[in-house]
Design a protein around this ligand. Structure first.
Ligand code: ATP
Ligand code: MG
Length: 247
């Protein structure tokens, strides 16, 4: 039990969720290391959503609302930290959700699929009985995708994606949106829209903005995208990291 008065309570709670997901058997060991790297970047961000992250979120939501077949890719970390927010966002955007694990095993996939189903989200893709195809015919586990999901998607939201896969997706016509605390990762560099923020803040914020933008005229969404430059925004994201000076 974590004491609520602990100054790092929120952060410890997230660690607990990650640890429990590992114990429940759907999170790989190395995913805990990835979480630690994220923590370090978040510390430097002041554990707040920066202005450039908000700007990227507006662009990301506009792109998702304009898309024909949007898909949200989920891995173990995303499920452990944000399953409820992911389901809410998918419902608001009318997007599909696809399980996509770096260390894929039938057992992990089944456990994650069960979690979604237990929360009433039954249309989960990327399961063991889904029709899996290979992007650009590359017979590699990093290129596998559900035929009605990522394989045929025009826009893919890839929170915490691995660089190999982000790079592969960038070579297709699909537009990719990532949420990654590291602005220098290959994933952030290769995506069309890079949200440098913690998924636990970014996903609920995206949902809020999606509800607002959904009722706007399509031209408003298009204008947001025209005004957005991911290259400039990534530079601004790097500028949001503050190193505190000790006095
Ligand atoms: P890449 O594969 O893109 O070159 P990498 O190999 O350094 O990057 P991975 O281990 O593949 O990184 O993925 C983990 C990434 O997820 C890290 O960049 C880390 O900062 C980020 N990350 C971890 N936890 C979170 C979180 N809760 N929210 C957002 N990003 C996170
Ligand atoms: Mg990687």
């Amino acid at each position: 039990m974590i004491n609520k008065n602990h100054p790092r309570y929120e952060s410890l709670l997230l660690r607990e969720k990650i640890k429990n997901a590992y114990k429940e058997g759907y999170l790989a060991e190395t995913a805990m290391i990835a979480h630690g790297r994220g923590e370090a970047f978040d510390y430097l961000l002041g554990e707040q959503t920066s202005y450039p992250a908000k700007r990227a979120i507006y662009a990301a939501v506009s792109l998702l609302l304009l898309s024909k077949n949007p898909v949200i890719s989920v891995n173990g970390n995303t499920v452990a930290l944000a399953i409820d927010d992911i389901i809410d966002l998918a419902n608001t955007l009318n997007a599909k959700i696809e399980i996509n694990l770096f260390y894929r095993s039938d057992e992990r996939v089944d456990k994650i699929a069960e979690l979604f189903k237990s929360k009433g989200f039954t249309e989960i893709l990327g399961t063991n009985d889904d029709d899996i195809k290979y992007i650009n015919s590359i017979e590699n586990p990093r290129a596998s995708a559900s035929s009605s999901g990522i394989y045929s998607a025009d826009v893919v939201l890839i929170p915490l994606e691995d660089g190999d896969r982000a790079e592969l997706l960038s070579k297709t016509d699909k537009k990719t949106i990532t949420i990654d605390l590291n602005p220098l990762s290959r994933t952030s560099m290769k995506s069309n829209i890079s949200i440098v923020d913690n998924i636990i803040r970014a996903i609920p914020f995206m949902n809020k903005i999606a509800k607002d933008l959904k009722v706007q005229n399509i031209s408003v969404l298009k204008d947001i995208l025209i005004d957005y430059s991911n290259e400039d925004n990534l530079k601004d994201s790097i500028g949001s990291f503050k190193i505190k000076e000790e006095k």
